[in-house]
Write a protein that binds this ligand. Structure first.
Ligand code: URA
Ligand code: SF4
Length: 197
């Protein structure tokens, strides 16, 4: 399992499938515990991530770590990745084409790790994975689509200048880990939104 993830990481490092490969310093594959019950999915690498080749290591990453810590979880217990693996210039939102081109890597990460739940961080991941909009309206909710569970919350970067949203993120992450515990205890959980395809 670890070997397969390593192979994907190598493919991501070498990837030139979209134009973001021309401006990046480093591609940023997912990172973390391949046995995690949850995968966190953000948008795209930012400046610090691009320089180091690791996801969520800048200010947004600190917010995410803080929220995890307040739920009693450390980063190395979970797996963290993004919709696109290379930094868009000036941190613009990745285009539909870039997302589509990069999608296979995330798909493979999910197939290998088989998370009990995928935690969507913000609108880009919400749009790409569930065709959703307005994350602030839907955050805190549990979604099921094609037999995969998703949990929706805000992007950690959105909390940087908004103290209220920090509390929202922290509470959501706490709820997420309670939910994971219930899943592991084989308790019945309530699905808020069911996607039918
Ligand atoms: N924002 C993201 O969406 N992902 C990162 O890795 C860092 C910041
Ligand atoms: Fe490849 Fe994704 Fe990077 Fe584009 S963003 S070059 S598809 S790894």
């Amino acid at each position: 399992m670890e070997k397969k993830l390593q192979e994907i990481k190598q493919q991501v490092i070498e990837c030139t499938k979209c134009e973001l490969s021309k401006t990046r310093n480093n591609s940023v594959a997912g990172k973390g515990n391949f046995k995690s019950d949850v995968i966190f999915v953000g948008e795209a690498p930012g400046k610090n991530e691009d320089l180091k080749g690791e996801p969520f290591i800048g200010i947004a990453g600190k917010k995410l770590s803080m929220a995890l810590e307040s739920a009693g979880i450390t980063r190395d217990e979970v797996y963290i990745t993004n919709i696109v693996k290379c930094r868009p210039p000036n941190n613009r939102v990745p285009t539909t084409n870039e997302r589509e081109t990069c999608k296979d890597y995330l798909k493979k990460e999910i197939e290998i790790i088989k998370p009990k739940i995928i935690c969507i961080l913000g609108n880009t991941a919400f749009g790409s994975l569930l065709d959703g909009k307005e994350i602030t309206k839907y955050r805190g909710k549990i979604v099921r689509k094609d037999n995969q569970l998703y949990f929706l919350t805000v992007h950690p970067a959105a909390t940087i200048y908004n103290q209220k949203l920090i509390d929202v993120l922290k509470n959501d992450i706490e709820k997420l880990f309670k939910l994971i515990k219930e899943l592991n205890d084989n308790k019945e959980i309530q699905i808020d939104i069911e996607y039918t395809s």
